[in-house]
Design a protein. Structure first.
Length: 129
């Protein structure tokens, strides 16, 4: 179901896998790519419900990708959550719907995802904790 899909764009493999695993465990469907070029290729075929975007990446940085997303007829409507350890320029903030400062709390990430995507398609089973 593409309406609940999240596109994660993060160049650090460990962070990318950790976030994808966490959100997957929470019941979300996450497609993860390593850079802006891969994200653009993904967006040509799939419209996610949310893009979680790192700003500092090789090939095409997050600000460049965000500008391209906002120029696209279809992708421009997709909410974007920026994540970075460096404060983005003030011009980037209006183009995004959320901002996560690394390192961020996983509950903060989950709140951003739930606000823009809604509850997961299949919530995880209670653990009894």
């Amino acid at each position: 179901m593409s309406g609940k899909r999240i596109l994660l764009v993060e160049d650090d493999a460990g962070i990318r896998q950790g976030i994808a695993d966490f959100l997957g465990f929470e019941g979300y469907v996450v497609d993860a790519v390593a850079n802006g070029e891969e994200a653009l290729a993904y967006l040509r075929a799939t419209a996610p419900a949310l893009i979680v975007l790192d700003l500092v990446m090789p090939v095409m940085n997050g600000l460049q990708l965000l500008a391209r997303i906002r120029e696209d007829r279809i992708a421009s409507e997709v909410p974007v959550a920026l994540m970075t350890a460096a404060m983005p320029g003030a011009s980037a903030l209006p183009a995004a719907q959320a901002y996560l400062s690394k390192p961020f709390d996983l509950d903060e990430l989950l709140a951003v995802v739930a606000r823009h995507v809604g509850p997961p398609a299949a919530a995880r089973a209670p653990t009894g904790r």
